[in-house]
Design a protein around this ligand. Structure first.
Ligand code: FAD
Length: 502
């Protein structure tokens, strides 16, 4: 579809009144000869293309947001994502403010040979999928809004929103929808991949609480998807990541929940790691839905004195807390036990990263369905301290309501996991991180055989098609059919990519 702009008409003059002031002044100035150049870019399948200056200008004047090229004000900030290891330079960045802008950007990418297209919401992708070199970034961050209907108990959230805004707006009515644990994570990426968090064992994954989505698919069309309308697209978006288009609006069902939860850490000396893991395997699998027990094992640099235990969130009746924690406290004398009443929104912000670009990082992860003696050996024997950095092993608790959803009900097939095991090392921005990456790979080589698939939102760089196919299990064939229908040219390939077959 072409949406031409007729410059010089009265309509254009009227439109200029609505232009951001900086852009209006810029359009009055004689453009510098340097800025009048065509831009070289790359397509998704690796071909070089030239983006004519006139076409870029046409895009500029047809969207409300900004179109940024290298050297423009705001380009350096917009191109960044959370992990500064991914220092990429898109040929252009469309900073979109609404669905109309998203449509224009998608049309532009498609009409120029199928530009390599990255979609950025919160920028948390651990494998850097939300940015790219010499392609187009569709930056959704100016497109943030949350509207809660406390009577209907629903929330509408625009595609660029961060989860902290949703938590904040919903909790003012004592309502909640399961989201992740760091408030500056994007709803766009988190939810399309699944969405694990502190109350997901009680209410299901984020995707299990979706009522509908609005999507701009690769043909630039706006589509509403729900159980009744475009149900195949609705099924695919719930776990298929950004494979089918850009979600411009999410509609969630909300649940009543008291604002105050009981949360904190219960930690033991590292020497108790085997006991802690055994209890996790036994109790974690049958614990009440109201408790979230995220396993944590951490070593400071050099591995001097480490600790092992749990991050706890109890969202049920406070009177039931002691009973729910009894198996954990029976492990022995803790070195810390600070579980106390906390405001849920504050808890959701408590892990936020103050200076997110100060360190680079590398992650290995996989779902575990239980804790076997072999896994305990692999963890305890392999988790040696790193010489210069602190290291952490974490397991985000699954089960409960998450696992009561059938593996074929959404595109997320991992419905029998005890949790998502993640090992993470970070290092100071600018340092050579190769030794840290090697360390984590060595550790993970002993653990990986005990994992069963991985969370698509933790997909690694250069994950093979075979690995993605295997990970989606029985759901992969259906995802391919949906991909063939809504993105047959694979415009949206920077994700856990489902490759089209048409
Ligand atoms: P982005 O990097 O902006 O986007 C990632 C990908 O999502 C994009 O490449 C695109 O393919 C897709 N995408 C983004 N927005 C849209 C949209 N509107 N429409 C279609 N596709 C879109 N996960 C959990 O489940 N629970 C957690 O508690 C959790 N905690 C985390 C904490 C941290 C510090 C980090 C770094 C990650 C965490 N994650 C967690 C993983 C998280 O779910 C993924 O990193 C997710 O991709 C982040 O979404 P984003 O929008 O911030 O990322």
């Amino acid at each position: 579809m072409k949406r031409r702009v007729f410059i010089g008409s009265g309509l254009a003059a009227a439109a200029s009144l609505a232009m951001p002031r900086r852009r209006l002044f810029a359009s009055m100035l004689p453009a510098s000869p340097l800025r009048r150049q065509d831009v070289m870019a790359v397509t998704g399948d690796g071909r070089q293309v030239t983006l004519p200056w006139a076409a870029i200008n046409e895009l500029r004047s047809s969207i409300r947001g900004d179109v940024l090229l290298a050297g423009d004000d705001g380009y350096e900030e917009a191109r960044r994502i959370l992990n500064p290891s991914f220092d990429k330079q898109p040929a252009l960045i469309a900073r979109v403010t609404g669905t109309a802008d998203v449509r224009q950007a998608v049309d532009f990418a498609r009409d120029h040979g199928g530009l390599l297209t990255a979609v950025k919401c919160g920028g948390h992708s651990s494998s850097g999928k939300s940015t790219c070199d010499r392609g187009m970034m569709i930056d959704l961050s100016p497109f943030r809004d949350v509207r809660v209907d406390p009577i209907a108990r629903t929330a509408r959230v625009t595609g660029g929103s961060l989860l902290g805004q949703l938590d904040h707006e919903a909790m003012t009515y004592d309502l909640v929808v399961p989201m992740g644990t760091v408030s500056h994570t994007g709803v766009g990426g988190l939810v399309t991949g699944g969405g694990f968090g502190r109350v997901a064992r009680r209410f299901g994954l984020s995707v299990d609480n979706l009522l509908s989505v609005d999507v701009v698919t690769a043909d630039g069309q706006f589509r509403r998807a729900s159980a009744e309308e475009n149900p195949d697209l609705f099924w695919g978006v719930r776990g298929g990541g950004g494979n089918f288009g850009v979600v411009t609006s999410f509609e969630f069902r909300l649940h009543p929940m008291q604002r105050q939860v009981m949360a904190g850490q219960i930690m033991f000396p590292l020497a108790r790691a085997r006991d802690v893991l055994r209890v996790y395997g036994e109790y974690g699998a049958r614990a009440p839905d109201d408790i979230q027990l995220d396993f944590v094992m951490a070593l400071p640099p050099g591995g001097a004195v480490g600790a092992v235990g749990f991050n706890v969130c109890w969202s049920g009746d406070p009177a039931g807390l002691d009973r729910a924690l009894a198996p954990v406290r029976a492990i022995g004398t803790p070195i810390a036990d600070d579980v106390k009443a906390m405001d849920y929104v504050a808890l959701q912000r408590s892990g936020d990263i103050n200076d997110p670009r100060a360190s680079e990082g590398y992650l290995k992860s996989g779902f575990i369905t239980g804790i076997t003696p072999g896994l305990i050996d692999a963890i305890v024997n392999g988790f040696a301290g790193h010489p210069t950095r602190s290291t952490a092993l974490f397991c985000q608790h699954s089960g409960g309501a998450i696992n009561r959803v059938a593996a074929s009900a959404t595109a997320v097939p991992q419905r029998s996991a005890l949790g998502n095991l993640l090992c993470f090392v970070d290092w100071k921005f600018g340092e050579d991180g190769s030794q840290h990456v090697e360390w984590i790979k060595r550790f993970w080589s002993g653990v990986e055989r005990y994992t069963d698939g991985f969370y698509v939102n933790d997909t690694e760089i250069d994950m093979t098609d075979a690995a993605i196919r295997a990970n989606y299990k029985q759901n992969h064939d259906r995802l391919v059919q949906i991909k063939n229908r809504y993105d047959p040219t694979n415009l949206f390939r920077l994700n856990a990519n489902v490759q089209p077959t048409v």
